[in-house]
Design a binder for this molecule. Structure first.
Ligand SMILES: Cc1cc2nc3c(=O)[nH]c(=O)nc-3n(C[C@H](O)[C@H](O)[C@H](O)COP(=O)(O)O)c2cc1C
Length: 337
């Protein structure tokens, strides 16, 4: 039913500019998401990460529902957790449009969004009202936080502290995003000394809420090691690997600014996730694997590598809304009848 609806809607959506299609879909999910059929995961798929119980290890990645407008709907598709954000302290428009480009033949996107954000106050008000109206999801909510474009690198820790303090009461986990390629200087904050300062500030602001850090698939292995070291020393409780890549596999998106996601990211993200896992295992840190998950086999490959959970974004656009429940079914089938 859902699959049929998406196969009818997809050509219409794909005829629109990608960001318009995105906004339209999000509005539809916000308004009518309550009508979506429920796809609860098999209870045997439940996992625990940083003391939080996830009903399935398949989550919605950050960036799709940045402001949590459709937060109650995602679990209906079978997602075991939802990450909203990136949210910045103050509102900001993000980069100039067009800033999402589709490559359907490669099931790939290139985006240069640059953290368009309503800002912490507006998102907080929405989260408060969702909770008060009893519409809060039953699955964990991660909140991914970032810095404003006009915040100087030396002051970036304050942006993360503001967001951590504001959102910790609503988050099952917070994610410090230092890996988006579209905010000038952001990836430099992943360097060990800067990262330690940011994470100390975020963790102090988060109080008891676990803080994760999201890393780039493009980090040099030595830099990644130093980042993970700094993160572990600061007391993060998990790592999300990885964000989009600035490389252009097969030349796709050559000349466009921004980060590439989807199927062509998979073969770049997987070795980066494997490196992250190696570094994290010795430090007893769980890793959430993300990058190019477009099928049950892709999700299983990351879980079999050792990821505690996986997330996806671009796969949902190209494969449709049944992807999370198809992954859940395949994972349950592996466990036997
Ligand atoms: C249009 C778009 C916007 C994104 N925005 C964010 C964001 O705000 N914060 C973030 O941490 N990741 C963001 N991401 C990255 C995704 O969370 C994910 O790490 C990446 O797309 C790889 O996963 P995928 O191949 O399943 O899409 C964005 C991705 C896309 C395609």
């Amino acid at each position: 039913m859902l699959s049929l609806a998406y196969s009818l809607a997809k050509p219409l959506l794909f005829a629109l500019d990608p960001e318009r299609a995105h906004t339209l879909t999000l509005t539809m999910v916000e308004r009518f998401g309550g009508l979506l059929p429920q796809h609860p995961p098999d209870p045997r798929l439940a996992v625990e990460i940083a003391g939080v119980s996830f009903p399935s290890p398949v989550g919605l990645a950050a960036g799709l529902d940045k402001e949590g407008v459709a937060l109650p709907a995602w679990e209906r598709l079978g997602f075991g957790f939802t990450e909203i954000g990136t949210i910045t302290p103050k509102p900001q428009p993000g980069n100039a449009k067009p800033r999402i480009h589709r490559f359907p033949e490669h099931a790939t996107l290139v985006n240069s969004m640059g953290f368009p954000s309503e800002g912490a106050d507006v998102v907080l008000a929405r989260l408060r009202s969702l909770r008060a109206s009893g519409k809060w999801p039953s699955t964990p909510v991660g909140i991914n936080i970032g810095k404003n474009k006009d915040t100087a690198p030396d002051d970036a820790h304050e942006d993360y502290a503001i967001c951590a303090r504001a959102f910790a009461p609503f988050a099952d986990y917070l994610v410090v995003n230092v890996s988006s390629p579209n905010t000038p200087g952001l990836r430099a904050l992943a360097r060990a000394d800067s990262l330690r300062k940011l994470l100390d500030a975020a963790i102090a602001g988060a109080n008891e809420t676990p803080v994760f850090v999201k890393v780039s698939p493009d980090a040099h292995p030595d830099d990644l090691e130093q980042s993970i070291d700094a993160a572990a020393a600061a007391g993060v409780q998990g790592v999300v690997a990885a964000n989009t890549t600035t490389t252009r596999p097969e030349g796709v998106g050559e000349g466009l600014p921004g980060g590439l996601s989807g199927r062509l990211l998979r073969d770049i993200a997987t070795p980066a996730i494997a490196r992250t896992l190696e570094l994290c295992t010795t430090r007893a840190l769980p890793v959430i694997g993300v990058g190019g998950v477009s099928s049950p086999a892709d999700a299983m490959a990351l879980l079999d590598l050792g990821c505690a959970a996986v997330q996806l974004y671009t796969g949902l656009i190209f494969e449709g809304p049944t992807l999370p429940s198809r992954i859940n079914s395949a994972l349950a089938a592996r466990l036997g009848a």
